[in-house]
Design a binder for this molecule. Structure first.
Ligand code: ZN
Length: 348
């Protein structure tokens, strides 16, 4: 049975349970690991268990006490969750220390100094911790270094390299690995029970997800599957019609809605699908055996090593630019221009 129903991270849960049993829960943690493996979900479940009035063996929240009820409702006075606003590229200073009018009378760094209202302890978590502004990171340092007694701060980021050394050195780092595909399959089976999706489809999506549950869920989305089919078709067409590719890719991305994360996730799936084609073509050009990706698209790119290398490099660059919060429309235009005519265009 997975710890509190969270697949794939039992070893980390066991470490926290052992630390709790010895009274050694640290004041500051930094969770790192690839996107979509459940770091944020784990942090919330941990906060609930740490705040629970009657936690069971292995640091499992009871689910029934007043603290657990409030945690489940997202209204626990001692569990503080801060995330980057959708329309901002970094976590703004005011979320940590209040705006100009309320400096150190609002914000996470102020709230964590208050006595717990309901539980034995306070837990604050900052999701999207890859995206601190420098001034926000700096004003967090003191809080990370000396959190009040009984308070724990959890930063949830992706790669350790994306954190300032001053933040890293003040936190206990917890590394989350990609999820095993069997764990992803079990989650997908639970989530799609009764929908009639074939077990083989679930197994294939779990296998192809590279350890990311978020990616596996997207791969099951019929809109995503349909667009990938169309993308492969466009990549197989000669001459390649960059304008159509750009227009249809942008429409696919924008159909995810107004929020940036689902839009970025959609573009990421499209770029990764294209990258699969380029990699298969490179292997085919090098004389290696075929690959599961669509044959016509791979054939269209085979035998042109320079062009494939330029397309793959540009696609990798675009994937990195997504993580840096680039403007997606501009990114798509630049990407399709390079695919259409790699020698005349600059990478985005
Ligand atoms: Zn409880």
């Amino acid at each position: 049975m997975a710890w509190q129903g969270i697949e794939g991270h039992d070893a980390i849960a066991a470490r926290f349970a052992a630390a709790e049993a010895r009274g050694r829960i640290a004041g500051s943690y930094l969770f790192v690991g690839p996107p979509g493996v459940g770091k944020g979900t784990f942090a919330l479940a941990l906060a609930k268990a740490l705040a629970c009035e009657r936690p069971g063996a292995g640091l499992v929240a009871c689910g029934g006490c007043a603290s657990c009820v409030q945690a489940d409702a997202g209204s626990h006075p001692d569990i503080d969750v801060v995330r980057k606003p959708e329309d901002r590229s970094t976590i703004p200073l005011e979320l940590l220390i209040g705006d100009d009018e309320h400096r150190m009378r609002e914000g996470l760094c102020w709230r964590i100094l208050l006595r717990p209202a309901l539980s034995r302890r306070k837990v604050a978590m900052i999701l999207d911790a890859d995206h601190f502004s420098d001034e926000a990171a700096n004003c967090l340092l003191k809080t990370l270094e000396e959190p009040p007694d009984g308070a724990t701060i959890i930063l949830v980021g992706t790669a350790l390299e994306r954190q300032l050394p001053t933040i890293r050195s003040r936190c206990q780092v917890i590394r989350f690995a990609p999820l095993p595909s069997a764990a992803i399959r079990r989650i997908l089976e639970r989530e799609t029970a009764g929908t009639g999706i074939e077990p083989a489809t679930l197994a294939r999506c779990a296998e192809a997800a590279g350890g990311s549950l978020a990616r596996a869920r997207l791969a099951l989305d019929p809109d995503v599957t349909a667009f990938h089919g169309r993308l492969i078709e466009l990549l197989a067409t000669r001459p390649l019609r960059g304008v159509d590719l750009a227009r249809e890719t942008l429409a696919f991305v924008e159909a995810a809605g107004k929020d940036a994360p689902p839009r970025r996730a959609r573009l990421r799936t499209a770029l990764e699908a294209a990258l699969d084609v380029f990699r298969a073509a490179a292997r085919r050009t090098a004389g290696e055996a075929g690959h599961g990706t669509d044959a016509a698209a791979v054939a269209a790119w085979t035998g042109q090593p320079d062009r494939v290398a330029a397309a793959a490099a540009c696609t990798l660059g675009a994937l990195e630019a997504i993580d840096r919060n680039a403007n997606l429309g501009v990114l798509i235009d630049a990407w399709t221009a390079v695919l259409e005519e790699p020698r005349l265009s600059a990478a985005p």
